[in-house]
Design a protein around this ligand. Sequence first.
Ligand code: ADP
Length: 203
Amino acid sequence: MSKFIVGVTGGIGSGKSTVAELFAKLGAGVVDTDAISRQLTAPGGGAIQAIREKFGEAFINDDGSMNRTAMRDHVFNHPPARKQLESILHGRIRDAVHAALEAATQPYVLLVVPLLIEVGSYRPLLSRVLVVDCDEEHQVSRASARRDMTPEAVRAIMAAQTDRKTRLRVADDVIENNGDLASLESVVRTLDRQYRTMAAGTA
Ligand code: ADP
């Protein structure tokens, strides 16, 4: 793909979605693998039938969506189930990502992939990797405030995710999101200018 695509990753609560929104406001395209995954598991989503067949009705809500809480607990405690769920979702997510990237008309596109390090298959698409990083205390307080999760649950997810050092090692650019939203906005504005210049150079 000849588009300028910036992969965005970071741990839970690091600020990936917030950063993506700020870039989008400046005119960047945003393709978010989590959002695509949610669409696939929403009522009528493209993965629901396969999930029903593999996991049973207990994991489908009355409205036809996947029961995310039940599934999250289930795969957290059963690694083979996690693999099964991933095998249902990954190919479908990848197809939707490719379609969305192809359709994007903005000067450059951010591809938000929380599991960028774990799922190597997106790397060849990327011109650059942007890692959003912040102190672990910020991660815990922001993620638990936003997602209705206990700090302990957030810490458990953090422990299962790629560690910060490994993530930072693959970064071309790093946003340190330890300040307020105004300073985050200013860092995003600077990077947006750089990406526009880079994208124009490769077009
Ligand atoms: P992620 O997508 O990486 O899980 P989010 O972008 O959802 O993280 O951020 C988690 C929460 O923290 C959100 O409620 C967001 O509004 C808030 N947040 C992110 N960055 C900042 C910041 N610099 N200052 C204050 N709140 C922030």
